[in-house]
Design a protein around this ligand. Structure first.
Ligand code: BTN
Length: 229
């Protein structure tokens, strides 16, 4: 694996895609990102002290299946082992510490025929919380930043080759989910906003929301909790 450590970059995800033109497996990290971004093209505030890195790999397309589920499971499990406090998974791939966002994951892929260039970008509020609704790990984690990043990369390197039991993974995610069955939630996708009851996750990790007696599956978008069950 080619490792690239930068002081400043536009986005480690963008840089990882550029590096995949030269190397089949890369890891790009940067102290500062000037154009860090998250899902739905949101901005990811990225100043020195926090963790910003992307792991990129060229794989066969079938390896991309259920990747989001596997990555969030692995990152969350690693955090569970080393971070104290209440950790939860907020669908699809945010990790909350005591109800506030501590980590975000952005998986992007470019597919041509049977080959996919996949980039898994991870942003972790290690030293400081950039906004009111976010949390930093620094005083809650038992290992150094360098060690934590090293372990995260180890997890990502194996995620493409593991055989997993999806039912076990999904039930683990439901157990540790910020959304609990019966919660009233609001789902936002572009202009569309709907309110319904959270029912769980489908085997391919869509969120299931019951709206007017009908269960609907959503694969991307933003969900907010309106009322606890
Ligand atoms: C999200 O919460 O929507 C995902 C945020 C992902 C941010 C990380 S920081 C490293 C990598 N580079 C980016 O530009 N984004 C990801």
């Amino acid at each position: 694996m080619k490792k690239i450590k930068l002081k400043t970059v536009d986005s480690t995800n963008l840089e990882a895609f550029r590096q995949l033109e030269k190397y089949p497996e890369v890891c790009v990290s940067a102290d500062i990102q000037t154009k860090g971004y998250g899902r739905n093209k949101s901005q990811w505030l990225s100043s020195e002290g926090n963790i910003h890195f992307s792991f990129g790999k060229i794989v066969e397309v079938d390896k991309v299946k259920n990747l989001s589920l596997k990555v969030v499971y692995r990152v969350f499990s690693l955090m569970k082992r080393h971070v104290s406090g209440e950790l939860e998974i907020k669908w699809p791939n945010d990790i909350l510490l005591d109800g506030k966002k501590a980590a975000g994951i952005l998986i992007e892929s470019k597919i041509k025929g049977n080959i996919a260039k996949v980039v898994i970008g991870i942003g972790i509020n290690y030293s400081y919380a950039p906004i009111e609704e976010s949390a930093a790990l620094k005083d809650r984690i038992s290992i150094s930043k360098q060690e934590f990043v090293r372990l995260l990369i180890d997890e990502l390197q194996t995620v493409f080759n593991e055989k997993v039991d999806l039912r076990i993974l999904l039930s683990f995610i439901e157990e540790n989910s910020f959304f609990k069955k019966g919660d009233i939630v609001k789902f936002y996708s572009g202009e569309e906003v709907v309110t319904g009851v959270f029912k769980g996750f489908s085997p391919d990790f869509a969120i299931i929301i019951e709206i007017e007696d009908e269960e609907m599956l959503f694969y991307s978008g933003e969900v907010k909790k309106v009322r606890k069950s």
